[in-house]
Design a protein. Structure first.
Length: 153
């Protein structure tokens, strides 16, 4: 017996949260009719099982604040997951101070570790920039731990 779109959506959400766009794509790919998918999504939004803002905020907190990943990479992932740009902007505005504080702290730890391993400061800049970290954040983290560019020039 085939599950209703709503029951299938609940099963999917029991594994991990989804954005509205991700859920719509999943249900359509499973072969549910567009009208059933839209009804299901509206019902899930009403019941607060789908909430793009909450999803985006939790994702940024987890990936940027707790894991130290770059804001740029996480923004890219949010857009890949179908997150509207206005929601991403609102979340970043709300979390700006907290993200900056943790981002600089995490960068400082990573820089300190790489510096202790004997890596050149320029190479550290390049490596962190490739990971998507902003130049200003890297510079601020370096200042935070008092490592100057001249240390390895």
């Amino acid at each position: 017996m085939r599950l209703s779109a709503y029951d299938y959506a609940l099963t999917i959400l029991s594994y991990n949260p989804k954005t509205i766009a991700m859920m719509k794509k999943t249900l359509l790919a499973k072969g549910y009719q567009l009208s059933d998918v839209e009804y299901t999504i509206n019902k899930l939004i009403e019941q607060e099982y789908l909430n793009d803002y909450a999803f985006c905020k939790a994702y940024f907190e987890s990936e940027v604040i707790n894991k130290g990943k770059s804001i740029q990479n996480i923004k890219k992932k949010m857009f890949e997951k179908g997150m509207p740009s206005d929601i991403v902007k609102d979340v970043l505005t709300e979390l700006d101070e907290e993200i900056q504080e943790h981002s600089i702290g995490n960068l400082a730890k990573e820089i300190h570790k790489l510096h202790k391993q004997g890596h050149d400061i320029i190479k550290i800049y390049e490596k962190l920039a490739r990971k998507g970290h902003r130049y200003d954040d890297i510079k601020q983290a370096l200042e935070h731990i008092n490592i100057k560019k001249q240390d390895h020039d």
